[in-house]
Design a binder for this molecule. Structure first.
Ligand SMILES: [Zn+2]
Length: 240
């Protein structure tokens, strides 16, 4: 299916072999191998959660300091980023090992929360973490052309889009459209935290409903779609 839909979009990284040795120079490793130096050997979800746990510990320590520079120093010194793909490889292709669908909120940057470098995470961001047409198409590309095995759909505490969906204040036509799927996920009596969870679960379920390609990839066992919530105060991401 991926070949038919995305035949012209094949990732160079999935097709490239090693580069033959030039006279006097050692052969370069295949591009796919060079792009995968940061790829976890085990389960990608476990790796995301492990990195986030490490982030949240530093985040909470930094929170205890009253001085902005001291907070920045703590975060920079203890930053658990341990891997970076070589820029020359990234210039030729990408092999991200997880996709994140999350809110556009300034506090929710995935590279930060998951201590990840360039080329590791494929991201789709939109206020309220709903994937509309372009977002679903982007994730189809990630799965079909880049063979991303995991989509993490991540809501977050204090989400303004979810708050807007729960409120009755007038919205512009486009914002009205944006909160439509969030409103559809809400049940009576939910507080904001419950609404954020319900919206993350609904947004994750919606991907398979809207995309035959993603549905097929899940059915084939090539893709997992998981819902989670990020708590800004603690820095923790938890699967819901
Ligand atoms: Zn948000």
């Amino acid at each position: 299916m991926g070949g038919l839909v995305l035949g012209g979009w094949a990732s160079p990284a999935t097709a490239a072999g090693g580069v033959p040795a030039a006279a006097g120079k050692p052969a370069r490793r295949p591009l796919a191998e060079r792009l995968q130096v940061c790829r976890p050997a085990g389960d990608p979800l476990d790796e995301l959660l492990r990195r986030n746990l490490s982030f949240s510990e530093v985040w909470q320590q930094a929170q205890a300091s009253g001085d902005p520079q001291e907070r920045a120093r703590l975060l920079q010194e203890r930053w658990p980023l341990g891997c970076q793909v070589r820029p020359e490889a990234l210039a030729e292709g990408q092999q991200p090992w997880a996709a994140i669908l999350c809110c556009a909120d300034s506090r929710v940057a995935p590279e930060w929360l998951f201590a990840s470098g360039s080329g590791e995470l494929f991201e789709v961001r939109c206020a309220g973490n709903t994937a509309f047409d372009a977002g679903v198409a982007s994730l189809e590309y990630a799965v079909a052309a880049l063979a991303v095995p995991l989509i993490l759909v991540m809501g977050h505490s204090g989400c303004g889009a979810v708050q807007a969906a729960m409120a009755t204040a007038p919205l512009t036509p486009l914002l009205q459209e944006l909160v439509g799927p969030i409103r559809a996920s809400l049940r009576p009596g939910l507080d904001l935290a419950g609404a954020v969870r319900a919206n993350a679960v609904a947004a994750a379920a919606g991907l398979g409903q809207r995309s035959a390609l993603l549905r097929q990839a899940e059915a084939d066992g090539r893709l997992r779609i998981v819902a989670a919530v990020f708590d800004i105060a603690s820095g923790r991401v938890q699967v819901v």
